[in-house]
Write a protein that binds this ligand. Structure first.
Ligand code: NAD
Length: 519
């Protein structure tokens, strides 16, 4: 992939349509510390979403290649688990530095393959970097517990130990941050890791793997395979994999959770969302409208924490025209163009799906106040662009409310009271994130207390917790019982061993066999 990125820099025509040929750059597998060309006969094209030109190809790894990757993880595990925690911490400290030094390079790859703006791509890397920084606290995070003198001469203590080989399956929308939620946390605990990045955006993961190797991670501690369903089934079924971290859609997540669990693995699955921003009439209008617009349309709405649903309470409904004006001012362009506020959607199919959901709003009686379906971006006429779209008069039974749109579309509902707003949010099956905008502390407290959503913002539109906490989406947005990163991340990637130990003075020898249950 380094070859891919240097080609991009030295020869911009490399990813023009006319250059499409069998020599289009290919993404390697990473097995046993080597970047190897796949022998697969099944390949997937990678497109630049701003132009739809083919910029590379990613293999669907063969069974033999996937077996080799697992064997490599398994071989590397005993020595890595026995490596002192201080040495593993040193690897992560160097990794932190290398990610910082290469942040812009990683961001460029993200923009090329995923489409988001460069500034947003840098944020993607930065939020992942923060997890790496937190993982460097492993020396305190991984501590067990002790209880001395539980009876005469007897002490009790526990260790947190790695599980073995763990695996990660990532989505397309955060090509750096989400893989960085996974393998650094798992590996700092002494596990080895098999990563399957999204087939649409493998570049950032490959560069991150190279940087980890340069930081001193031994060969085989991280392996990378590519592919879709076969790779996912392989991960779910393989007896040597002890835990799976998944982030992506409900369709894939529920399937992976069930199939992985059936094979006796720990599975954590972060999935889809429908995040509501409740706007009280006493809110600071200027801040609230800016935050709503930023959180609904940033990253073209392709964030699991995008604030995709506004609930305007009482007089706040009068702010709708101003909301529309602000959304109109956002600049839609290719992510690498100066001044772009939002880029394209990931694929033409994603664009079609989003447009169909907007259509469904019209058919079911909602009003389109701002319509981004017909947008044309000069110089990027073939890109998957949808402009900011606002649908009002939406009711909870409408398709555009029930489905996760995952595009730059804000649906707007109105209620008379806060209680009605809470009821709407709690009736929605998803529990990823929500926000309330108010200047009244009691209103904010009531909302935070009563709303059944795992991550709540008070005047904060995208309340993604920092990595010393955990990502705590709930209800249909999560399957499993231990969340990503923070203390819960360490718990997910470790198991406890508890030791009961007795050391008696020599003159305290047992006088007869102890045949009853010790009490
Ligand atoms: P996706 O489910 O299509 O893909 C995620 C991964 O699963 C990919 O690696 C893909 O190869 C694999 N996959 C896809 N379909 C599969 C199937 N039918 N069977 C087995 N494996 C399959 O998700 P996506 O489109 O890449 O990402 C967008 C989704 O991810 C949205 O729903 C978004 O809300 C969600 N997401 C959630 C969080 C969170 O933390 N809750 C974060 C980011 C994205």
């Amino acid at each position: 992939i380094l070859q891919v990125s240097s080609k991009v820099k030295s020869s911009p025509t490399w990813y023009s349509a006319s250059s499409f040929s069998s020599s289009v750059p290919t993404v390697k597998l990473f097995i046993g510390g080597k970047f190897v060309e796949s022998k697969s006969d099944k390949w997937i094209d990678i497109h630049n979403p701003a132009t739809n030109e083919v910029i590379g190809r990613v293999p669907q790894a063969t069974k033999a290649e996937m077996d080799a990757a697992i064997a490599s993880c398994k071989r590397a595990f005993p020595a890595w688990a026995d490596t002192s925690v201080l040495s593993r911490q040193q690897v992560l400290l160097r990794y932190q530095q290398l990610i910082k030094e290469n942040l812009k390079e990683i961001a460029k790859l993200i923009t090329l393959e995923q489409g988001k703006t460069l500034a947003d791509a840098e944020g993607d890397v930065f939020r992942g970097l923060q997890v790496v920084e937190h993982a460097c606290s492993v020396t305190s995070l991984m501590m067990g517990e002790t209880m001395p003198s539980i009876t005469k001469d007897m002490d009790l203590y526990s260790y947190r130990l790695p599980l073995g080989v763990c695996a990660g399956i990532a989505p397309f929308n955060f090509p750096a941050m989400i893989p960085l939620w996974m393998f650094p946390m798992a590996m700092v605990c002494g596990n080895t890791f098999l990563m399957k990045p999204s087939e649409r955006v493998p570049g950032a993961t490959m560069l991150l793997a190279k940087l980890l190797q340069d930081s001193g991670a031994p060969d085989g501690t991280l392996n990378i395979i590519h592919g879709q369903h076969e790779a996912v089934n392989f991960i779910c079924d393989h007896a040597d994999i002890k835990a799976i971290s998944f982030v992506g859609s409900n369709k894939a997540g529920e399937y992976i959770f069930e199939r992985g669990s059936r094979h006796g693995k720990r599975v954590q699955a972060n999935m889809g969302a429908k995040n509501h921003g409740v706007v009280m009439p006493d809110a600071n209008k200027e801040n609230t409208l800016n935050q709503l617009v930023g959180a609904a349309f940033g990253a073209a709405g392709q964030r699991c924490m995008a604030l995709s649903t506004a609930v305007l309470v009482g007089e706040a409904k009068k702010w709708l025209p101003e909301l529309v004006e602000r959304a109109k001012n956002l600049r839609v362009n290719a992510g690498d163009q100066p001044g772009a506020d939002l880029g394209p959607l990931i694929t033409p199919q994603a664009k079609e799906r989003v447009c169909n959901l907007i259509d469904s709003g019209t058919k079911e009686g909602a009003s389109i106040l701002l319509d981004g379906r017909k947008i044309k971006v000069k110089g990027y006429e073939n890109g998957n662009f949808v402009g900011p779209t606002i649908i009002s008069n939406v009711k909870p039974n409408m398709t555009c409310y029930k489905e996760e749109i995952f595009g730059p579309v804000l649906v707007v509902l109105e209620t008379e009271t806060l209680d009605e707003a809470i009821q709407i949010v709690n009736n929605n099956p998803y529990g990823n994130g929500t926000a309330i905008f108010t200047t009244n502390g009691a209103t904010a407290r009531k909302y935070a207390h009563l709303v059944d959503v795992g991550q709540v913002g008070v005047n904060v539109p995208i309340p993604v917790p920092l990595p010393m906490f955990s990502f705590t989406g709930s209800r249909s947005s999560f399957r499993g019982d231990t969340n990503f990163y923070g203390k819960q991340g360490i718990q997910f990637y470790t198991q406890l061993k508890t030791i009961t130990s007795q050391w008696k003075e020599e003159d305290a020898t047992l006088s007869s066999p102890a045949v009853v249950m010790p009490t």
